[in-house]
Design a binder for this molecule. Structure first.
Ligand SMILES: NC(=O)c1ccc[n+]([C@@H]2O[C@H](COP(=O)([O-])OP(=O)(O)OC[C@H]3O[C@@H](n4cnc5c(N)ncnc54)[C@H](OP(=O)(O)O)[C@@H]3O)[C@@H](O)[C@H]2O)c1
Length: 328
């Protein structure tokens, strides 16, 4: 529990920044201290809308504000390295939007810097902190479906084609894998907690060259499988299914889940309701606040070693397709 107010800063005043700022309003002890944008007008209007105390038209001014306890980075993928590095070099704690970086080489640089600066860093995989995920992990650890053998998960959304939009723009490291494929992959890794032995994948490139649809199958040393897909050009149902030796769990809309359906041992079925507050981003904010308030520089729930492993898996997948971003 937080005893004093925790002062957040937000870098980049776009779509997800607004959702995060909304969730912060229901987090006890959290204050939106400052926001920063490339544009003065945008910084001021975003700051007013979400009751920020200060608004900066320069990202560095946010980083140099001594009152900011942690910066939430909400810029496009290609900027995460530069923006996060600036914070870490100033010993400013960071919650960086997913993917932590564009590739594993970049992720290693940030992790090294976080350790050198002894400064908190976490990838904003908010789904790991949702009450539904916490409950799911508890149920699986209790053996409710026996040994997990198969995960199926999908995350596709339908963004009308626009070559300049971050979903499709290679300059902003767009494409389904890095944007949303990361969620089913992260989910499967959370469940199996081992690295896949084999990865098979397929992608459909958009005319900009990034994947507008992609699919991945992981085969694990324990004999389990994860079957996952993602898209930026088609809305899918966002289901997660976990099949075990003695039953299965179904989480509809697994990143906004309010229900967990279980068919466990002896065929008995049950549905558990779980809360989902505000826009859902408060739970990851609470983890950051708790870690920093207790002097930790890393979360054990979303550790940097796992962020790096998942970046490496995504590098392998992109390698299979020959998909490189500018500058790689
Ligand atoms: N956790 C989630 O559920 C979730 C959902 C959506 C997105 N995301 C992640 O959040 C990040 C941002 O996504 P978003 O949907 O919020 O994107 P967005 O609406 O385009 O906002 C990104 C912001 O980054 C800043 N920016 C700096 N340089 C930029 C450039 N060259 N081009 C475009 N914007 C630039 C802009 O803010 P200023 O103009 O104010 O500087 C812009 O508003 C990505 O990492 C994405 O994967 C996460």
């Amino acid at each position: 529990m937080c005893t004093k107010s925790f002062k957040w800063g937000i870098m980049g005043c776009g779509n997800i920044a607004g959702q995060f700022a909304t969730s912060l309003q229901s987090v006890s002890g959290a204050v939106l201290h400052a926001v920063s944008s490339r544009s003065e007008k945008k910084a001021n209007s975003f700051g007013r809308k979400y009751n920020a105390i200060k608004s900066y038209d320069d990202y560095e001014m946010l980083v140099q504000d001594p009152e900011v306890d942690a910066v939430y980075i909400a810029t496009p993928h290609n900027l995460h390295l530069e923006n996060t590095m600036m914070c870490l070099k100033h010993k400013k704690a960071v919650l960086c939007e997913k993917p932590l970086t564009v590739n594993a080489i970049e992720a290693k640089k940030l992790i090294e810097q976080a350790r050198k600066s002894e400064t908190f860093l976490m990838e904003a995989v908010w789904t790991r902190f949702l009450p539904s995920t916490v409950k799911l992990n508890q149920l699986l650890n209790e053996g409710i479906i026996g040994t997990c053998r198969l995960v199926q998960a999908d995350f596709g959304y339908n963004m009308p084609f626009d070559a300049s939009h971050r979903s499709y723009n290679p300059d902003l490291a767009g494409g389904a894998l890095l944007d949303v494929g990361i969620y089913p992959i992260n989910f499967a890794q959370m469940i199996f907690r081992e690295l896949p032995l084999e990865i098979s994948s397929a992608f459909v490139p958009s005319i900009t060259g990034v994947d507008e649809q992609s699919a991945y199958i992981f085969k694990y040393p324990s004999g389990s499988l994860a079957v996952m897909n993602s898209a930026v050009n088609v809305e899918t149902q966002h289901n997660a299914w976990i099949y075990g030796s003695e039953g299965f769990v179904h989480m509809p809309d697994f990143f906004h889940a309010t229900k967990i359906h279980i068919q466990g041992k002896d065929g008995k079925s049950d549905t558990i309701s779980v809360p989902f507050e505000s826009t859902g981003y408060g739970y990851e904010a609470i983890e950051v606040m708790n870690c920093i308030n207790s002097g930790k520089i890393e979360s054990t729930i979303m550790p940097l070693s796992e962020s790096l492993e998942i970046m490496e898996l995504m590098d392998t997948i992109r390698g299979q397709w020959g998909l490189k971003y500018p500058g790689e």
